[in-house]
Design a protein around this ligand. Sequence first.
Ligand code: BV8
Length: 254
Amino acid sequence: MSAAGAAFDTEAVQRIRAAIAGARSVAVLTGAGMSAESGIPTFRDALTGLWAKFDPQDLASIEGFRADPQRVWDWYAERRQGVCRAEPNAGHRALARWAREHPGRMCVVTQNVDDLHQRAGQPDVVRLHGDILWLQWLDECIERPACDATATAVPGRPPRCKRCGNLARPAVVWFGEMLPPAALERAEQVAASCDVMLVVGTSGAVWPAAGLAGRARRAGSTVVIVNPHDSDIDGEARFVLRGTAAQALPLLLA
Ligand code: BV8
């Protein structure tokens, strides 16, 4: 890896750039590595990985929350602060700029619960796993089903509904929970119809998101993986660029 970043295979980069230039539609599947250069810790990286210290099933699950609401709430509150401090990186900006210059030809399908794609100005983002900056009620609130937890919850650790005591929880998809059907359906449609899929910053360990790369490959898409390390879905890729999002994406999308 050169001082200026990864030394990518020039021929591969040229072939990927040509595939993107000729693509009617480009899908981008992103994971935590997309936000790593913005300072947001990933889940599995040994040193900074969030899961290095915690068991995700204890914290990112309904059982974990019900067992210890304050502990899970505090973990998300700390992560939310990190998201608010973070800025989109050169990878986010390269994607957003390309999407703006090629209207209707790019869709980002993200596993991330931060808002960095959106803050970079990405026009079309499918959120598979929700939004850490929003809240929802833990239990169906029969009194006021439509009330917006983010707006009405009484501050606390975690906040509660002042009328019925219902707990507010992060509006993210926890392990064991179904993904939002509309988001998953759109993601599968995008994967099945794209000409190129860029898979950026994901270990490919969490399903059903991880299955989208294989879906794209089977539909004849050119799958490109951008990741400094091996992932569980490298086998789905026609090209694997061993580098980071902020190094590779500006090169591929310039
Ligand atoms: C569901 C929100 C029905 C919360 C998250 C099939 C097979 C096996 C298991 C299952 C299966 N189907 C369902 C399951 C169970 C489970 C699952 O997948 N378990 C895994 C652990 C085996 N899935 C579910 O429960 C899903 N629900 O399917 O419902 C069901 C239920 C039960 C059983 C059957 C069916 C719900 C999953 C959603 C969970 N919520 N997030 C929160 O954020 O707190 S998941 C969370 O973890 C992320 O959103 C993301 O999806 C995942 C972490 O993965 P990555 O994003 O890839 O991050 P990671 O750290 O792992 O990797 C980072 C990568 O970046 C690395 O490769 C690194 O090398 C690279 N990198 C680092 N720096 C950079 C970089 N790359 C580029 N540039 C850099 N600078």
